[in-house]
Design a protein around this ligand. Structure first.
Ligand code: HEM
Length: 373
């Protein structure tokens, strides 16, 4: 396919082929993972340079020798035991919010499950696991969404300039923190990684580690609003929360595509792939491959193939935050699904044009105005 600026990409849709590409980082390198899909004009590059913005390969786009060590330091901070220890705190927070939102719904008032519930939960949780710069939640969210738009959306020059200014400003905050901050930043410095690498790792973590999950929570709640039988199963215990989360990841992944670049000439599923080709791996489509899932388009928790989705990628760069994202989603499903009983969807999430991220903007529901039992 040609994209909006005429660049050609090979789009990979079949589960087996997407997996094959992800499992072979030598033939198909991750180096282009963070390349801007709309090339930056000199004016926008100047804005970024004015903030001394640099993004060296650290995690997702790093095929170099430093990747395993950087990844291991990040993975240690997100160890399943540390993640599990946050569960009671998160459950109490979500339960409290859900109670308040339930009261509001009972009065017939609208509730935005993105802004009022999902948006900040992943960032608040991440901040308990990883020492982050002391920036207001709103500022981090704005920066992260600006970065997703700047690197993955079709854009005109005016918008690129505005986004470059926003991303550049926050990069400065990260640079200051990377020089002095403790926790992960301190460990990366102690392991001998230069300041740019520390900034790059924090940059990616602040985007990947929270924005993806708040998008997923919103999309999953929206999906569940239209799946009364699944909610009934959750209520009676016939449907497991973990199965709902997996089916949600398969059918409503917040990251719909991920890229690789061919390092050498190869053949993929009978198609010649010349060196230098950009491959767009359609993760969302691979999750609906009938060769893998019994009823690909239906939300049936626990069905055969449900867990074999590639929504977290695969291989050497597979998501290191999967346990955290799953824990957050499980808590939200268990606590918030009952809110969806008997409500009207006032405003489904709207997702802008973006190669990779869904970026839902809101999900507004309204109660009946009657007290719930
Ligand atoms: C539902 C939420 C999430 C989804 C769908 C998701 C998905 C992905 C995908 C598709 C990749 C690329 C994998 C590949 O190239 O094979 C990735 C990489 C990554 N993700 Fe996630 N992610 C989520 C949440 C998180 C969270 C909560 C964190 C951390 C707090 C995180 C941290 C990372 C990191 C550090 C990488 C790069 C790993 C590497 O290159 O070694 N992600 N994620």
């Amino acid at each position: 396919m040609s994209d909006h600026v005429g660049v050609r990409h090979l789009v990979v849709t079949r589960h087996a082929l997407v997996r094959q590409v992800l499992a072979d980082p030598v033939t198909y390198r991750p180096d282009n993972a963070l390349d801007a899909v709309t090339p930056m004009p000199v004016t926008a590059l100047r804005v970024l340079a004015g903030h001394r913005f640099r993004l060296p390969p650290t995690l997702a786009n790093n095929s170099g020798a430093s990747h395993p060590e950087i990844r291991a330091i990040v993975a240690a901070a997100l160890h399943p035991e540390l993640v599990g220890a946050q569960r009671p705190w998160l459950t109490a927070l979500v339960r409290d919010r859900v109670a308040r939102l339930g009261t509001r719904l009972d009065t017939g008032a609208p509730v935005d499950l993105y802004a009022d519930l999902a948006a900040d939960l992943p960032l608040l949780t991440l901040a308990r696991l990883v020492e982050l710069p002391d920036a207001p939640v709103g500022a981090v969210k704005e920066f992260a969404r600006a970065a997703l738009e700047l690197f993955w959306a079709p854009l005109d020059t005016d918008r690129q300039l505005a986004l470059a200014a926003e991303v550049g400003r926050f990069h400065r905050v990260l640079r200051d923190f990377a020089a002095t901050g403790g926790g992960l930043a301190g460990e990366l410095r102690a392991a001998g990684h230069p300041p740019d690498v520390v900034v790059g790792a924090l940059f990616f973590l602040l985007v990947a580690g929270q924005e993806t999950t708040s998008q997923f929570l919103t999309l999953l709640l929206h999906r569940l609003a239209g799946e009364p039988a699944v909610r009934a199963g959750l209520r009676t215990g016939d449907v497991a929360v973990a199965d709902v989360v997996e089916e949600g990841l398969r059918l409503e992944p917040p990251i719909v595509t991920w890229r690789r670049v061919a390092a050498t000439d190869s053949t993929l599923g009978g198609t010649a792939v010349p060196a230098g080709s950009s491959l767009v791996l359609w993760l969302a489509r691979a999750g609906r491959d009938p060769a893998v899932v019994e009823t690909p388009d239906e939300f049936r928790p626990g069905q055969r193939g449900s867990r074999r989705h590639l929504s977290f990628g695969a291989g050497a760069h597979r998501c290191v935050g999967d346990v955290l994202a799953r824990m957050e989603a499980a808590v939200v499903v268990a606590e918030a699904a009952p809110l969806l009983d008997g409500v009207t969807v006032v405003r489904p999430p709207w997702c802008p044009d973006n190669l990779t991220f869904r970026m839902p903007d809101a999900f507004v529901i309204r109660g009946t105005g009657l007290m719930r039992s």
